[in-house]
Write a protein that binds this ligand. Structure first.
Ligand code: ASP
Ligand code: MG
Length: 407
């Protein structure tokens, strides 16, 4: 008999009928003899709706009260799922984040978990009860409700699986697994049977929405057997595994995109030690995350331009901060563009193959798509391009790397 954690996302919780379908799956797993803990998201759209109320009341709502409000979505679905299981004749109960508790730091809105006390819950599982745990929520050391950041229920599920020493963590979602790219853009995208942790981590961090980045990090660290599969079919999903468990050889595993990018160009930055630090210090001070950074050599003009990207939602703040720093740093001016997006290709094969970047640049160049910035890691290449070319670029690259399914 094994112990499994099953996580159901928002679309799998959207209404009583779907909750019943999820309950049926959990009950079936219990029936097969497994110990079953279920982690749930709020109903699809509910977290947005709750966050909307907060913003209607205050443009910058108190972070701790914001968390009290948005964490409630998961409280509702955990109770409803437990009720549904009971109505089916199963032994089940819900465990709120504060009841376990799931301990986190005090960073409201994007808290990090530090520990989960699974003592009582573990005993209930052993006694045959199905445990239903709301994802996304935790409790700070000063006993306030916290939340883990949007999409954080995946991370709750993996952390619970690690804390329970579960044999498996299954993430049930509205797609059949992890695809080579977004099937809404490329109908010939292929479902991957397996993907390496490192690849999944890069894909999640560059915009693939299927798993919360932190959940992959945790699964990798704690060696949690993680899979992504559909709530709505019985098709086998995608298994996230160690690199040496990947048999198929491929150079590129996936193509991802992120629309939430804006480009800032700082003109005429003095070519002296410390100037770049002076540009990024106020940006970091404002808590704005910088992604790509490009700086050219000044040659003998004594000045150079520095380009970087920030989430487009942060652009107004980034521009205000730069304007305030202009005189002190002594740069000429600032240009910005929100109509950009980032396209990334990810694959472990990049480590051992030459010319992977060239394939990308040529494929985009042939379609007249201009590259505005480039960044790379060991297993990823990202380019910044005009947003109007997003879909074309994704399609072209999916083909260029041989990822289209035949037929
Ligand atoms: N309900 C939260 C959100 O929409 C957490 C989650 O579903 O993973 O972000
Ligand atoms: Mg999600």
């Amino acid at each position: 008999m094994s112990r499994i954690v099953m996580k159901f996302g928002g679309t799998s919780m959207a209404g009583v009928e779907r909750i019943r379908a999820a309950a049926t799956r959990a009950a079936a797993a219990r029936e097969e003899g497994h110990e079953v803990a279920v982690v749930v998201s709020a109903m699809a759209g509910e977290t947005d709706r709750l966050a909307g109320f907060c913003r209607e009341i205050a443009s910058v709502p108190s972070p701790s009260e914001y968390d009290v409000v948005v964490a409630s979505g998961e409280q509702v679905t955990s109770g409803l799922l437990a009720l549904t299981l009971q109505a089916m004749g199963c032994q089940a109960r819900s465990w709120q984040g504060w009841q376990l508790p799931v301990r986190t730091d005090g960073t409201h809105g994007s808290a990090r978990m530090s520990s989960i006390d699974t003592g009582a819950l573990g005993a209930a599982l052993t006694a045959g009860e199905i445990a239903v745990v709301p994802g996304f929520q935790g409790l700070s050391l000063d006993n306030r409700v916290t939340t883990l950041g949007r999409g954080g229920s995946d991370t709750s599920a993996v952390a619970l699986a690690a804390a329970l020493g579960a044999d498996e963590c299954r993430i049930y979602t509205d797609v059949e697994g992890v695809y080579t790219t977004d099937p809404r853009i490329v109908p010939r995208a292929r479902k991957l049977d397996r993907i390496a942790f490192e690849e999944m981590l890069e894909l999640a961090s560059v915009g693939a929405k299927v798993l919360h980045t932190r959940s992959v990090e945790l699964a990798m660290k704690h060696k949690v057997r993680l899979s992504v599969l559909s709530s709505f079919s019985d098709a086998p999903g995608t298994l996230v595994v160690d690199e040496d468990e990947i048999v198929e050889s491929r150079v590129i595993t996936g193509v991802a995109y992120n629309r939430n990018e804006a480009k800032v160009t700082v003109l005429g930055v003095p070519d002296r030690p410390g100037a770049v630090a002076e540009i990024f210090a106020p940006i970091a001070g404002a808590g704005i995350n910088v992604d790509m950074i490009v700086q050219n050599i000044a040659h003998d003009t004594g000045r150079t331009d520095v380009t970087f990207t920030v989430p487009s939602t942060e652009l107004p703040r980034a521009l205000a901060v730069m304007e305030a720093a202009r005189e002190a740093v002594g740069f000429g001016g600032v240009l910005s563009d929100v109509d950009v997006c980032k396209i990334s290709v990810v694959g472990l094969g990049m480590r051992s193959h030459a010319g992977v970047a060239l394939t990308m640049f040529e494929a985009l160049g042939k379609r007249g798509i201009n590259i505005q910035a480039i960044s790379t890691s060991e297993i990823k290449i990202s380019v910044l391009i005009a947003e109007e070319y997003l879909e074309l670029a994704v399609r072209v690259l999916h083909t260029a790397y041989g990822l289209d399914v035949a037929g």
